[in-house]
Design a protein around this ligand. Structure first.
Ligand code: PLP
Length: 488
């Protein structure tokens, strides 16, 4: 506890607890499988165990660490557990965790170049390294934001600025002379696109969802028809958001064809490759970003499938001047003399910025391009194995193609006539049964209206043993549930 009213934790105390915390982290990572992957607490349980009021006096750090283990830890769902296969699995890798630790220690605010030149320049360099690994052209420059949701929001703001309707100056409300703006994305696109439209005042009506083909990819003919129809009805189409790796099934929109439509119609093309973009680092999967070299902007999340602790979203844009026009607003107290430098505060809504580039730099250097590619390749291989087991089992079926490391499937016990609604309930029960084991954690989605179980591989610690175990648990619990299922 702080000794005087003026000082920080004494350096010697910091050193002692710093060692202790690093030891704790090392043990945690080594023994992660001792924890149930999904937290076993009921709503409100953690809160009830915490005091309702802040401490009046400082407390010893031992006591704080004790409560971290005793109270906080039981309420943690372990994203670093190799059995974590829900949503999109992520990794807090060793080099990434150390990078976060150092960034916290430096505690720089990378708003202007001069408020930490290394933070800005490392951000530019590391984004360029990643760009090269992804095979994108050098015209793509970038900025690191916290999440893909914010990256896409900023892309939409830039796309709107590019139209030149003076929204920045005059706003949208009460301007009868303005056409209504519309953007296009597929029915399978991430909800962040629609949220972005809500935030920007375009409204949900400003988003037109384009149907998808049998493999859940945007139907480009339908896109073209929608744009024509809207033009005729007085809308002003301004942007298309294509998805490389949709959230439900990881389908990949035909970006090259979509780019052709955008070029012809003068629309901004933004690509949401939050999860799947990382696969382009693997030479055999470079094709996932085919056509993206023609996009105006693109987002990929190293905090998803590139072993970088959350949060870090890499946003690329070939028209940084437009992005700047959308956001730059410099009050006198932030004016600087250097005009040849990049001040990242000019390229987004936030002023203060964490030094996120440091952890990505450490991750890329530690694993190297080949090391990153090998790990991603292995995740895809494991998911393809799992998909093959599902296909070979007469009591299971796959509900979508598996282009990358995510499998959508369900149990459908042979010779057992269940209605679709009952099959949904059966699979919900199966998901619950498997997740309460604490050995693995899967999530679900709906695919063409059917409840699908969803297994996504993306944690660097997940190996074949863990995927096999998930499959064993699924089969065993499906058999047990079927035996116990109430018969009508
Ligand atoms: C995960 C994901 C997002 C959201 O990412 P955040 O960084 O959490 O905002 C958006 N789009 C796609 C395709 C995703 O997979």
């Amino acid at each position: 506890m702080a000794e005087t009213t003026r000082s920080d934790m004494p350096v010697e105390e910091f050193r002692r607890f710093g060692h202790q915390v690093v030891e704790w982290i090392a043990d945690y990572l080594a023994e992660i499988e001792r924890y149930p992957v999904l937290a076993r607490v009921r709503p409100g349980e953690i809160r009830e165990r915490l005091p309702a009021h802040p401490p009046v006096e400082g407390e010893p750090f031992e006591a704080i660490l004790r409560d971290f283990e005793r109270i906080v830890l039981p309420g943690i769902t372990h994203w670093n557990h190799p059995g974590f296969m829900a949503y999109f699995a992520i990794t807090g890798s060793g080099p990434g965790i150390l990078g976060e630790l150092l960034a916290a220690a430096l505690n720089v605010n990378a708003m202007l170049w001069k408020t930490s030149p290394a933070a800005t320049e490392l951000e530019q360099v590391v984004l360029d390294w990643l760009r090269q690994m992804l095979g994108l052209p050098p015209e793509f420059e970038g900025i690191i934001y916290d999440t893909a949701s914010i990256s896409s929001l900023c892309a939409l703001a830039a796309a709107r600025e590019a139209v030149g309707l003076g929204v920045r100056e005059e706003g949208l409300a009460g301007r009868a002379e303005l056409p209504r703006l519309r953007l296009y994305t597929s029915e399978e696109a991430h909800s962040s696109i629609e949220k972005g439209a809500i935030v920007l005042g375009l409204g949900q009506a400003g988003v037109r969802k384009i149907p998808t083909d049998e493999a859940f990819r945007m139907d480009v003919k339908a896109l073209e028809r929608a744009i024509e129809e809207d033009r005729a009805a007085g809308w002003r189409p301004f942007c298309v958001v294509a998805t490389v790796g949709t959230t439900s099934t990881t389908s990949i929109d035909p970006v090259a064809e979509i780019a052709r439509v955008c070029e012809r119609s003068g629309l901004w093309l933004h690509v949401d490759a939050a999860y799947a973009g990382a696969a382009a680092i693997v030479p055999e999967f470079r094709h996932v970003l085919e056509g993206c070299e023609r996009a105006d902007s693109l987002v990929v999340n190293p905090h998803k499938w590139l072993f970088t602790p959350i949060d870090l979203s890499a946003f690329y844009c070939r028209r940084m001047d437009v992005l700047r026009r959308a956001f730059s607003l410099v009050p006198e107290y932030l004016r600087t003399e250097e005009d040849e430098v990049r001040n990242f505060m000019d390229y987004g809504p936030q002023l203060g910025r964490r030094f996120r580039a440091l952890k990505l730099w450490m991750v890329i250097r530690y694993f190297g391009r080949e090391g990153l590619a090998a790990r991603i390749r292995e995740h895809i291989r494991l998911a393809q194995h799992f998909a093959a087991w599902v296909d070979a089992d007469p009591d299971f079926e796959r509900l979508a193609p598996t282009p990358l490391s995510t499998v959508c499937f369900r149990a459908r016990p042979r010779g057992w006539a269940l209605s679709e609604a009952e099959l949904d309930r059966f699979n919900e029960a199966l998901l619950e049964a498997v997740n309460v084991t604490g050995e693995c954690f899967l999530s679900h989605t709906r695919v063409r209206g059917q409840l699908a179980l969803r297994l996504a591989i993306g944690n660097v610690r997940t190996s074949e043993r863990h995927v096999r175990r998930a499959w064993e648990l699924l089969r065993a619990h499906a058999a047990r549930l079927q035996a116990e299922w109430p018969r009508a």
